[in-house]
Design a protein around this ligand. Structure first.
Ligand code: NAI
Ligand code: MG
Length: 499
């Protein structure tokens, strides 16, 4: 099947070559292959809604074949030394860096995000993640325990789990690969990757590079396909030892149920409705610019988006005015256009979801401060929305309670620390929070009171491979990044020796 390549004149020769060979295949046991059924699905380019590529669609039978191949590979992979694992991860990081332009272009075409964002954020953060975890294999250690039984030596070994299924979302397709695969591989596991069906392409290029880097056959498996088919089969499979998931809270719940069969390990990084709290003593201009960046960056399609803005009453008008000005300056457009700050939403389904929430807010009596319309000068068929700010909401409205996952901010005034802590925590979620104040005791008090896995004080959206990230409450459990993530991909064995 031949498709026309969108924005072809602007693309790197490597990207054109990549898109010219279709359908994109599955990688099983080190071999690129079609699905057993021969089924394929289409991924779309969100600035036009046109088909972008055909991709082989794994079904349950392909999952079966892949798990057998991955289990066989694990027997060999565990003989690879820590030093060799480090070298492979470093080589992979180098190769990703060398293909930065192609990766950024593929992300723009498949996900919609601005090319500049891919080049500045997604690709370098992925390289950094692989380099960080490349340092770990030679530092994974057990310890000798001070047991009180005479003539007994007791020590621990930290061993890989075996075969890990990584099920990831479409908002940061390449970075999410790195969040799951870098620690899993560093710990010595084999991984079966199931990307989101909305953005299957960067994973294909990524897996081509894992082959080039020299990872043994079957250590990394790629199964593109649909969540309810491929993802569900992987989550339920008795030959899989763990599922590492990022996505919706609803699917996180399904994965936990499916995983119960063989009691596989599960770590879940789910949705959020994160509070961003600005006190009247804060550097309000900086705070306002971060508040805008945290909800409008990546078109609001971030689990940690600061979607509920709480501003202390005295500075409320000034802050909301400033955030509104930032919102109005955002240039919404085609991701391949260098002038674009914010691209389209990633899929038609998601566009309908976000615009539905905007209607709900308006119909429910919220005031539209800015946005809530289609931007001008963008392709008719693309999934574009403008940065939107709602005011005069009540805390029980759907737009205030539910994750919208789009560029939609709810702004609301507050008076006291106690009040804002209570309202900020009045959510099923607990992923992240931001606090802006120059009062250090208030900052630390709130950092303690807020029920969320991350609290940013006088900053927001800071990520580093060394720092753990994950949820409280229904934002999930387990941590990505840091040595904390590594722990989720290993078992601890206690060895007793009679002396
Ligand atoms: P989703 O949770 O359905 O998709 C995430 C991944 O899970 C994809 O790879 C999908 O194929 C897979 N999946 C879907 N159903 C599955 C199942 N039954 N078993 C196993 N895997 C399955 O998310 P969706 O529908 O794309 O987005 C819906 C909402 O979820 C968004 O509007 C947003 O609120 C939230 N979301 C949160 C993300 C985060 O970063 N925490 C990322 C993506 C979505
Ligand atoms: Mg797509």
């Amino acid at each position: 099947m031949t498709l026309t390549i969108p924005y072809e004149a602007q693309l790197h020769a490597g990207t054109i070559a990549f898109l010219s060979s279709q359908p994109k295949q599955l990688l099983i046991g080190g071999r690129w292959t079609a699905s057993v059924s021969g089924k394929t699905f289409t991924t779309y380019e969100p600035s036009t809604g046109q088909p972008l590529a055909e991709v082989c669609e794994a079904q349950a039978e392909d999952v079966d074949v892949a798990v057998i191949a991955a289990r066989a590979a694990f027997d060999q992979w565990r003989k690879v030394t820590p030093y060799q694992r480090e070298r492979l991860l470093q080589k992979l990081a180098d190769l990703i860096e060398q293909h930065a332009q192609e990766f950024a272009e593929i992300e723009t075409l498949d996900n919609g995000k601005p090319l500049s964002a891919g080049l500045a954020i997604d690709v370098p953060s992925t390289v950094e993640m692989f380099r960080y975890y490349a340092g770990w294999p030679t530092k994974i250690e057990g310890d000798v325990k001070s047991v009180s039984i005479p003539n007994r030596l007791n020590y621990t070994l930290r061993e890989p789990l075996g075969v890990v299924g990584a099920i990831i979302p479409w908002n940061f397709p390449l970075s999410m690969i790195s969040w799951k695969l870098a620690p899993a591989l560093a710990a010595g596991n084999c991984v079966i990757l199931k990307p989101a069906e909305q953005t299957p392409l960067s994973a294909v290029l990524f897996c081509e590079l894992t082959c080039q880097a020299g990872f043994p056959d079957g250590v990394i498996t790629l199964l593109n396909g649909r969540g309810e088919i491929t993802g569900a089969a992987l989550a339920a499979h008795s030959g899989v030892d763990k599922i590492a998931f990022t996505g919706s809270t609803e699917v996180g719940r399904l994965i936990m149920k499916a995983a119960a069969g063989n009691l596989k390990r599960v770590s879940l990084e789910l949705g959020g409705k994160s509070p961003h709290i600005i006190f009247d003593d804060a550097d309000v201009e900086t705070a306002a610019s971060y508040a805008a960046g945290s909800i409008f960056g990546n078109a609001g399609q971030s689990c940690n988006a600061g979607s509920r803005l709480f501003v202390q009453r005295k500075v409320y008008d000034r802050v909301v005015e400033s955030v509104t000005n930032h919102a109005k300056k955002i240039r919404v457009g085609v991701g391949m256009d260098a002038a674009t700050d914010m691209g389209p939403l990633t899929s038609l389904e998601h566009y309908q979801r976000v615009t539905h929430y905007i209607e709900l807010g308006r119909d429910g009596g919220a005031t539209v401060r800015t946005g809530a319309q289609r931007p001008d000068g963008v392709p008719e068929s693309g999934y574009f929305v403008t940065p939107t700010i709602f005011e005069n909401t009540s805390d029980d409205m759907a737009v205030v309670r539910e994750e919208i996952f789009g560029p939609v901010l709810i702004a609301t005034p507050f008076d006291t620390v106690e009040e804002v802590a209570q309202r900020a925590n009045n959510t099923l979620y607990g992923l992240a929070a931001g606090v802006w104040t120059r009062d250090i005791s208030r900052a630390h008090k709130l950092a303690g009171l807020l029920q969320s896995g991350t609290v940013w004080v006088n900053c927001y959206s800071q990520f580093d491979p060394a720092s753990p990230f994950g949820g409280y409450k229904q934002s999930g459990f387990g941590r990505d990044m840091g040595h904390e993530a590594l722990d989720l991909y290993m078992n601890i064995k206690s060895v007793w020796v009679g002396l």
